[in-house]
Write a protein that binds this ligand. Structure first.
Ligand code: NAP
Length: 256
């Protein structure tokens, strides 16, 4: 792993949606590695609770309120990070919503698609556009996009037998994958790497709310949050010779 310090200063990592679920565990694991971690939370109270819990374990975490679906909120977050730390080394775009589970693409409402894209795609894009200029200043950056195999083309074509269901969520992740490829090409000369991670079906509020065709109702999601966070943490702390512009599950390349 890269050193958690740069010229005597701790590297700063921001994880969106870190107040619960996979994001919380990613933040926790990064803090355990000695990074200073900003707990991104759209709800101040929820974020504060998470920060207090982690501080009780002696971890260097701070609250950063940010709703990624809100341009003004992302702008304020950027100003605050610039003023307080003057740098941002790692961004984990974890915040996500799944609003159309099991709904056919023929029935999904346009408002639901737009709400999903505002967080899962535009939210990640807003955060990347805010973070990259700060990363360029120090010629270092690691960006991780929490994607999903459900947005991969082989799955969209029917591999898991999901047919046209959950289309707003799945296409938002397809777009996030495309974004990963495009950003990778424009940051490569600046010491910045961007990759996408699929955590598997994880035991979180979101993971528990979904079932795939091979599951029976009520079968728990198979992947623990600790396991689900692992690939994202690995990508967030890649060495200089690590990959750029890839999609990974269990630290191995996954199909787009
Ligand atoms: P989760 O338990 O539902 O937690 C989602 C987190 O995102 C919460 O902290 C939530 O905040 C936050 N969030 C939602 N919208 C936001 C917004 N506009 N701005 C800021 N934060 C926002 O989900 P999870 O299972 O941990 O999933 C994390 C990521 O992994 C998501 O991107 C998801 O698509 C991806 N993923 C999950 C699975 C799985 O099986 N769980 C599988 C594949 C991919 P609030 O607490 O305020 O709602």
């Amino acid at each position: 792993m890269n050193s958690p310090m740069d010229q005597g200063k701790p590297r700063i990592a921001l994880v969106t949606g870190a107040n619960r679920g996979i994001g919380r565990e990613i933040a926790y694991q990064l803090a355990l590695k000695g990074l200073k971690v900003l707990i991104g939370s759209r709800d101040e109270n929820k974020g504060r609770h998470t920060v207090e819990d982690m501080r009780r374990e002696g971890l260097a975490v701070e609250l950063q309120v940010v709703d990624v679906s809100d341009t003004e909120s992302v702008r304020k977050m950027t100003e605050s990070v610039k003023q307080q730390y003057g740098r941002l080394d790692i961004l984990v775009n974890n915040a996500g919503v799944l609003l159309d589970h099991g709904v056919s693409v023929l029935d999904v409402e346009e408002a639901v698609i737009k709400e999903t894209f505002e967080t899962n795609y535009f939210g990640a894009l807003r955060m990347i556009q805010a973070a990259v200029p700060l990363m360029k200043e120090h010629k270092y950056g690691r960006i991780v996009n929490l994607s999903s195999g459900l947005g991969a083309f082989e799955v969209l074509q029917g591999l898991l037998g999901l047919k046209g269901s959950t289309s707003a969520y799945r296409t938002s992740k397809t777009l996030l994958n495309a974004l990963t490829c495009l950003v990778a090409q424009d940051v490569v000369d600046f010491g910045i790497k961007v990759n996408a991670a699929c955590p598997g079906r994880v035991q979180t509020d979101m993971g528990r709310s979904t079932t795939s065709k091979s599951d029976t109702e009520g079968v728990p999601a198979p992947v623990t949050v600790v396991e689900g966070a692992d690939t994202a943490v690995w990508l967030a702390t890649l060495d200089e010779d690590g990959p750029n512009g890839g999609f990974f599950r269990e630290r191995k390349p996954a199909n787009w």
